[in-house]
Every structure is written in C-alpha cells, then in structure tokens.
Design a protein around this ligand. Sequence first.
Ligand code: NDP
Length: 306
Amino acid sequence: MLTRTIYLSLDPYQWGRRRRGVEIPGEVCHGRTVSQVLQSRIKGFEAGDYVFNTNGWQTYGLTGEGISDFGYMLPRKIDPNMAPISSALGILGMLGLTAYAGIVVQCAPQPGETVVISAASGGVGQVAGQLAKLRGCRVVGIAGREEKCAYVRDTLGLDACISHLDSDFSERLRAACPDGVDVYFENVGGRVFEAVLNLFNINARITLCGLASQYGAMNEDIMQVWNETGADIFSRRNVIVHPLFVGNFVVSHQDQFLAEMAEWLRGGHMHYLEDISDGLESAPQAFREMLAGGTFGKTLVQVSAD
Ligand code: NDP
C-alpha cells in the first residue's frame, strides 16, 4: 500500500531509539503517522482511505508485510467522521491507550484518592489526568510554564497544577496533596519524582510510564537510578510499581478503550490539545522543543494537507 503522510507523531521514545542505536544513519527515522492511501494491494484498504500507519519521517511511505516495523501497532483504517484524523496519533491512539492502561487498568484509583500526574499537559498526561477526574479522585498535575498549568486547571479541570520550574516546587506539591499521594502517573522522573517520593501513602500505586527528563542522559541506566532512589520508600510503604509498555495492552484493551474513549469524547468529557508544526522540515526543531518542554499538548507535524 502506498500512502501519503498527512500527520507525523513526535514522541519522546523516539529519542531512546536513537540513543540505543535502533535508528541507523541513512535510514528513514521511525515515526507513527496518519496517511491517505494512494494505491493498495492490501485487502480492506482502498485509495482515499485514511489510515494510522508507520511511514516515518517521509512524505510518502509503503505499508505492508515486512515493511512497517512495530508489529503491535498494525495499520488500521480511521473513520474521519468519528473525530479529527490527527486524534489517531493522540487521544484515540497509542497515547490515549497508554493513559487508559495506567489509570484505568493498572492503578484503578478509587473516588476520593489523591492522584498525581507529571507532564500533565502533555500528550499522555492530559488524558491520564482527565481519566482520574472521571473516577472521582482529587487530581494534582505537574507541568512546566504557567500557561500549561492554567490549561491543566482551567480546561482539563484538575484540582491543582504545580510548576516544577518554581523554586519552592516540593513545598507547593506537598501543600496540594494534604492527604498524601495514592496514585502517581510517572512521565518525567528526576527532580519531579524526588518531590513526589516522600508523599506516597501506604499501599500507593505507581504507573511507570516514562522518564522524559532523563532521555538525554547517555551513560546511565535510568531505570536503575529511578528504582534505587525509591527502593527504601517503596518497601517501607508497600508501594506497588507497575511498569507500562503500551504494546502489552493493544490486544487486551484496545477495543474497550476505543469504545469508551469515543463515548467520552462525544459526551464532551475529554479535552485534548495538539501542538502542530508545519512541514516535514520543521520536525527536528519541534522534536527538540518537545523534549525540552517547549511544545504544548501532543506534538505533531503536518506533513501534507488533510
Ligand atoms: P509529552 O507531550 O508529555 O512531552 C514530554 C514532556 O515532558 C515535556 O513537554 C515536558 O513538559 C516534560 N519534561 C521534559 N523534561 C522535563 C524535566 N526535566 N522536568 C520535568 N518535566 C519535563 O510527551 P508524551 O505525552 O508523548 O509522553 C509522556 C511520557 O510517556 C514520556 O516519558 C514517554 O516516553 C512516555 N510514553 C510511554 C509509553 C509506554 O508504553 N510506557 C507510551 C507513550 C509514551 P513540561 O513543559 O510540562 O515540563
């Protein structure tokens, strides 16, 4: 199937692929995409269809057996009448499923519990926070600049949002969580994680989704550092850590997730912000900005017209 790339998704994990040498210089950079079919010999896909696929950083791509990598994210048709097609890379795609797996499946917070979400205005974080609110929790977001914190509070409806850029960040976080923390959705690690660490209640649960603040560190095992930092408190307070790999939830939960999320979107229960840069040539700069917190919402590149 030959497709024309419309949207390219920029995701922090792509940096990990580069660091680990999975990306080979001279080959097309990996990237998930929303595309339109131009020609197809795959049953069920026809010229004109919109599809979720993995064209990578290129304007046209081939999809088919032995061509697309990431087998767990198979190409699928997108219904443009259900939601904007770009949402297949965000709230109705891998990012939404990641948030759903962490909050709904792994940690299952109960009404009244306190849930903390880091990178709360980002692609995964904004969905995770709203899911926790739908479950009746007190939800505290952590984000960077004030514009992001205001969005998390005023548009997403979280109870509080603290900026990790503030010098008294730890104190402010503690004040926003007067009953401690029952569930933590970890997206960034580092200083943010250290501030949350001392607030964990007995039997708290953590979804370890990602450690975006650490992806630039070349020579250390970031998971080991994270585990060692928490080990003492985890064991004393009986904290359960759930590592999250979204691929493990595609077969078991994708259908349920798509049905429930589509309903929440139709009912106006979910907000979702995208940061779309224009043209494939803008991708490297947008990628750098995303990792540094410069983009706001789910980061995408518009490669060609809808
Ligand atoms: P985001 O849109 O959340 O972008 C990353 C954000 O991380 C930045 O916008 C920034 O937000 C924050 N950040 C970066 N550096 C720092 C820092 N030093 N301190 C605090 N915050 C920082 O990305 P995604 O939603 O795509 O991904 C979020 C996380 O989920 C990532 O860690 C990613 O790897 C992970 N992930 C994991 C999956 C899995 O299967 N486990 C699947 C998909 C994603 P701000 O400006 O607010 O600080």
